[in-house]
Design a protein around this ligand. Sequence first.
Ligand code: ADP
Ligand code: ADP
Length: 228
Amino acid sequence: TAVIELAAATKSYPGGVSALRGVDVRIDQGELVAIVGPSGSGKSTLLNLIGTLDRATSGTVRVAGYDVGGLTDARLSALRARHIGFVFQQFHLAPGRDAVANVADGLLYAGVPAKQRRDRAREALGRVGLGHRLAHTPEELSGGEKQRVAIARALVGEPGLLLADEPTGALDTASGEVVMNLIHALNASGTTICVITHDTEIAGRLPRRVGLRDGEIVYDTRAAVTTP
Ligand code: ADP
Ligand code: ADP
């Protein structure tokens, strides 16, 4: 089943930049996809459309079975809270708040009571291997640990889809590898994942690569992948 389906999707920003010029792509449940391309090619714009953080100028975007164009902003927020987790290059953790509080924030819009939010946050931190860092604030954690906290926050709501924009971009090679191993493990347990990366070595290890250039898909290795 398709988790994501874009047809002739375009995105123009005010001022006239055509960031996406007609993108067709389908991503099925359980896939792990790298989105690659030079700076300015439209990768973040594409991820923002897939994540329903932004709307296409024309064309259709379907996510988790919903035609995004037909939903109000409120319905989109609800869709995101239920189905999509986000990870960013710069972690975006709340300073001075411990790992449990940061991860529990991932359930703020899911209608989960506070006590349960903290219980589920502890469990999610265990899943990313940070069961021993529950009370640490971002200031007390390494870059790789901060990104694992951010991943725990993204997955605490059990989203079917995880979107990561340069998740290793601010990390050294060793921490980046830990984060990518975690992403592979999450995918193996069923989460559909899209990763933007500049790192050709990281992209090369992912089962499918979608290449963007000047707002268009210039290659998609899906043809080479045999899906049963
Ligand atoms: P990438 O992630 O591949 O670097 P982006 O999606 O960020 O590419 O950007 C694609 C194009 O859209 C670039 O020309 C960029 O300058 C432009 N762009 C991105 N965001 C905005 C915005 N909010 N307003 C205007 N132009 C933007
Ligand atoms: P950068 O790659 O420059 O570090 P980020 O990875 O932090 O940027 O963010 C990538 C995109 O996601 C940007 O367009 C930004 O506006 C958006 N973004 C960042 N944080 C959030 C958030 N918490 N919620 C929604 N969108 C966000």
